[in-house]
Design a protein around this ligand. Sequence first.
Ligand code: MOS
Length: 737
Amino acid sequence: MTTNVIGKPLARIDGRAKVTGGARYAADFNQKNLAHAVIVSATIGLGRISMIDSDAVIRMPGVITVITHRNAPRLPYNVHKGSIDPAVGERLHALEDDQVRFFGEPVAVIVADTLDHAECAAAALPVSYAATRPIVEPSDPQAKPIVPEAGHADKARGDADGAFAQAAVKVDAQYDIARENHSPMEPHATIAAWNGDRLTLWSKSQYVVNEQAGIAAIFGIPPENVQVICPFIGGAFGTSLRTWPHVTLAAIAASQVNRPVKLVLSRKQMFFTTGHRPRTLQRVALGATKEGRLTSVIHEGTGETSRYEQFTEALLTATSYMYSCENVLTRYRLLPLDTSTPTFMRGPGESSGIFALECALDELSYAIGMDPIELRRRNEPKIDEGENKPFSSRSLMKCYETGAERFGWARRKPEPRSLRDGRLMIGLGVASATYPAYQAPSSALVRLLPNGIAEVEVAASDMGPGTYTSMTQVAAETLGLPIEQVRFSLGRSDFPPAPSHGGSWTMASVGSAIRAAAMAAQEEAARRAVGDQRSPVFGARTDDVEWNDGRLRRKGDASAGQPYGEIAVSAGEAITGRASTKRDPDVAGRYSMHAFGAVFAEVAVDADVGTIRVRRALGVYAAGRIINPRLATSQCTGGMIGGIGMALMERTVLDHRDGRLVNAHMADYLVPVNLDIAQIEAEFVPEDDPHVNPLGVKGLGEIALVGMAPAIANAVFHATGKRIRTLPIRIEDVLIT
Ligand code: MOS
């Protein structure tokens, strides 16, 4: 490899398309003779539909059909169900019966010639219900926690309760994190078009092969009859990992009216029906010696779920490996409520669990009278004590050292309310971040064309991190080509399968597959060349030739060599390489693999009106090899801004009487905007991890959000002396009385 494209801070190769309108999103793929579908949503939280008067709207202008549970097709949903990934949720049912399970559940679909006509009829459709009172508040006495079905058993080492009782210093605190919605810019949208028993879906998805599998299964047709296309995603953060029932509805509508149908969810409908970060209630109890050695860690957490599905996330898993402690207990529960099912949202689980753990550690640092970074240093583990395995690499302390230096941590006076800037109370806070370094099975195809271009195809997605660019870099580097000679395509279900575009594993999984496929293509090209009389390497053994800047030559030969294109021309066809890769199970069994980070925040709190502003933030991450520092920085600062939202703004509010979301719009559901953001910086400490995967990458998407909220909450305590354990932190929480 001589091009060294990996590690270069290249601008996005799809940037121009995105800013000139060349990038097409799901709703942009308008088809000829397109009809428009609009969902009618339930206006009760629980009960059944007692009447829908389709006749009242069927003759309104432009209306083509009204689909309800009474006339919707009964779909088989049995063939090929096994190919759906259960990890993201398998329920795709729509209009199956007269039951209403949550406020906003679809009860009908209007299909009309124009969007206006469909919306008019949807607003006019008479629906009545037999309603009962839903249980939507965790504090409702009828809400009963349950043990999750699988994979989240209580985990204990030592005697955490006993050690806590004996501890010299104790913290025992409760945390409450609000439900959040993903709120991406691009709404969920699907255009469905049938051609006989073949279906094309232009659909917003982070997982096109799984959407293909799910929709094929529910309609009982072979997966190869369904094509899902999604070349661009306007933000998602997890909300498009699973196929929600509106995709089924779009496909049903298109089959009913026998023409292509476009269905776009309204912003309001997205809040109700496309998942959310579950509200969580947690308790963290820490026991320690006066010297700051942890003797007990107890972490209990409950996350809301729906009554019809169990959604679980990694709320407590990081607690077992973050710090050294002999006595650790984690206990995870679910709280089924009459709401829609939550889903993964950036830093799923870890961002909520780490908030509680890292705030409790900050409290402990004050209880002991020790600097919070020093407290973490004293409890830095040598191995993952939960799994009893070495870390493949762990550079948390290096992150703290680098960050403390850059942030000027040494100048911080520890006393709360000790720093002022005029009327503003200033506080500095810190917290750790972590996220697992996964690698999921992926495949890839590389095609070396006669014109010298290398085509690379994977059914991956790019929801914004820069997958197009980073994967092009991996292919270019492996093939020894300039990036201009690589064409990378993603977002089609007929490409070689990729895992879901989530869990921070796209770089590790898809990148490894592309690297392997590029090497397979090189092998094939070399095989062709040595057998080709016209080739300068004719007659050589394949292990006597080498690649140099995309050209093949005999080892030790100083000539430029034969380029890929020439070999393909001679072969009379493109040279292809395919690969399927996954993590070596042996390595996976031997090492604990995670990314780590240290996050610093400075807040300014107005003493009179209680407004909180993050004036400065710095995230220092150790995430293995960084493929593109420019995109990685952008990825991390974006995640940190999401963390500001979690800490100070984002909260989906339910009406406890009926489960209606009362702020299901961008005026009242607050997300950070430019004016909320001051100085945000991300930095990476060099980390060479030979175990995680051949590229040495750990992934960055989730960890970027994980430590931000606790760093801010700890800074708010430093500024005000008020320990706020609920998110988001509101003005009324910090108003000094
Ligand atoms: Mo991310 S929550 O895995 O899309």
